[in-house]
Design a protein around this ligand. Structure first.
Ligand SMILES: Nc1nc2c(ncn2[C@@H]2O[C@H](COP(=O)(O)OP(=O)(O)OP(=O)(O)O)[C@@H](O)[C@H]2O)c(=O)[nH]1
Ligand SMILES: [Mg+2]
Length: 461
């Protein structure tokens, strides 16, 4: 990296950290939201994440890119855990525990997903020069279980989101056997990868398996159709059609190989650009963090407000009953005759009692109704206006899908969340609409420098 580029990158990273720490962290602490990414993560090597159905060819693709058999491949489900593949002078395999407990590495945070994940994590260090300055992450293949539930012993969608947020390029592979996106695949596409489409490459692999263009077109159409249901966008993202010539049979006659070869090379090129995407991704991660935090805070704030209004409503009602009681007693005291004093007093006390009971019963019923609201109902009522008007409703729902679990956990702590301050909303808004666009402008400058160096082959300078 040239000095000029390095300088720009450092400036952007410093400013990003400042925004996290000064503007977002205090709000995150008050509302039990995620903290900023630790230093070890932002200084980690660029990362490429491989996701997809089982047997789609993730491990084979990694081997193809580095030109060596590093990962085991096969027709049966092979990988049941995550593998981080990085460069090192001496080849070695590290187990999950040593990966997450090494403070110098960027993976400590993964420990929070529990021992089941740690035992399904490993690091492969290899002297292959293709791995220089980059980390490739192989993942367990997605399975579409009949009942829609795959129990891996850890929260798979959240772990995928963890890797995906930190990755600079994500490759999502499909193959001709499973061009559908149901079950686990659908969940990952809609929840774990929400807002990350700028670095997502969709790949239809193993296209050499088709015997004719007709078969290929039919499967490609099915894939597009299924994807269009999972990715709620007007324009479907580009799908690369690839095959690995060193795997299996050579392409059957009737399927043009030239263009597929070209697309496989394009994917290779995209992967090699991962280091230059880093700056953009650092900003996008900050942007997503701020947007998710805004939804998180608004939902919790809405709940706190509802509680406040509930108390106020019934406080006023209770007060009114008490006031009427006092007036009633005063009237009895001042005007009731000796003969009727006892019965009038009893009558007023009965009215006060019935009134107090009615207010208490109504309060308890209303509070129960509020507490019984499901998380989704809470979201719907928080954003009722936006969802009804339909402005960015799909986008809002997607952000909610990615933050829902966090809100649930925050509420489970039993903490009574306060109402958000007007200044806190203003600060969040300012980060999203002013500070981040300013950073993007700076990043565009650095990307221009990087692209020039990439084209002139000066990127190792
Ligand atoms: N014909 C053909 N076969 C391929 C291609 N890519 C991979 N394969 C074969 O597909 C099978 C599965 O490949 P893997 O790389 O193990 O797939 P994976 O996605 O890592 O699978 P899991 O680890 O089980 O999730 C292997 O037998 C590969 O040889 C390809 O482009 N064309
Ligand atoms: Mg594999």
């Amino acid at each position: 990296m040239s000095e000029q580029l390095q300088d720009l990158v450092t400036q952007i990273e410093t400013r990003t950290r400042q925004i996290y720490e000064e503007h977002l962290a205090p709000i995150a602490t008050r509302f039990e939201f995620e903290g900023p990414p630790p230093h070890s993560e932002t200084s980690a090597p660029p990362m490429v994440l491989f996701l997809g159905n089982h047997s789609a060819g993730k491990s084979s693709f990694i081997n193809h890119l580095v030109g060596e058999q590093i990962q085991r491949t096969g027709i049966a489900p092979i990988d049941d855990g995550f593998t981080v593949i990085t460069h090192g002078e001496v080849a070695e395999v590290k187990d999950g525990m040593s990966v997450v407990t090494n403070p110098k590495l960027a993976w400590n945070d993964l420990e929070r997903f529990g021992p089941q994940l740690v035992s399904h994590l490993k690091m492969v260090v290899h002297p292959n020069p293709g791995l220089h300055g980059i980390a490739l992450i192989d993942s367990p293949g997605m399975i579409d279980a009949a009942d829609g539930k795959v129990d891996r012993g850890y929260n798979f969608p959240e772990v995928v989101r963890w890797f995906a947020e930190r990755a600079d390029v994500i490759l999502f592979l499909f193959d001709p056997d499973k061009p559908g996106t149901t079950g686990e695949t659908l969940k990952i596409l809609t929840e774990s990868l929400m807002g990350l489409d700028h670095k997502l490459l969709l790949i239809f692999n193993k296209v050499d398996r088709f015997e004719s263009m007709r078969d290929y077109a039919r499967a490609y159409g099915a894939l597009c159709w299924n994807l269009s249901k999972a990715i709620p966008r007007k324009d479907l993202p580009h799908i690369f059609n690839t095959y690995l010539p060193d795997q299996g049979a050579s392409p059957q006659s009737g399927v043009p190989t030239g263009d597929f070869d070209k697309q496989t090379e394009e994917v290779r090129r995209e992967v090699s650009r991962a280091p230059f995407r880093r700056v953009d991704n650092v900003i996008s991660r900050l942007y997503q963090h701020a947007r998710r935090m805004r939804v998180h805070v608004r939902v919790l704030d809405h709940r706190a407000r509802e509680r406040f209004w509930l108390l106020l409503r019934y406080g006023v009602l209770g007060g009114a009953v008490a006031l009427l009681g006092v007036v009633g007693l005063y009237l009895v005291w001042s005007y009731a005759s000796q003969d009727h004093f006892g019965s009038a007093l009893l009558g007023v006390l009965a009215v006060i009692l019935v009134g107090a009971c009615a207010v208490t019963a109504l309060f308890l019923w209303d509070r129960r109704r509020l507490n019984a609201l499901s998380l989704d109902q809470l979201f719907e009522s928080t954003f009722a206006r936006e969802l009804t008007l339909g402005d960015n409703a799909e986008d809002l729902r997607a952000v909610w899908a990615s933050v829902r679990e966090r809100v649930r956990r925050a509420l489970e702590t039993g903490k009574r969340f306060p109402r958000a301050r007007r200044a806190e909303f203003k600060r969040l808004e300012k980060v999203i609409t002013k500070s981040i666009p300013a950073l993007r402008l700076k990043a565009a400058e650095s990307t221009k420098v990087a692209e020039t160096q990439f084209v002139t082959g000066d990127h190792d300078a």
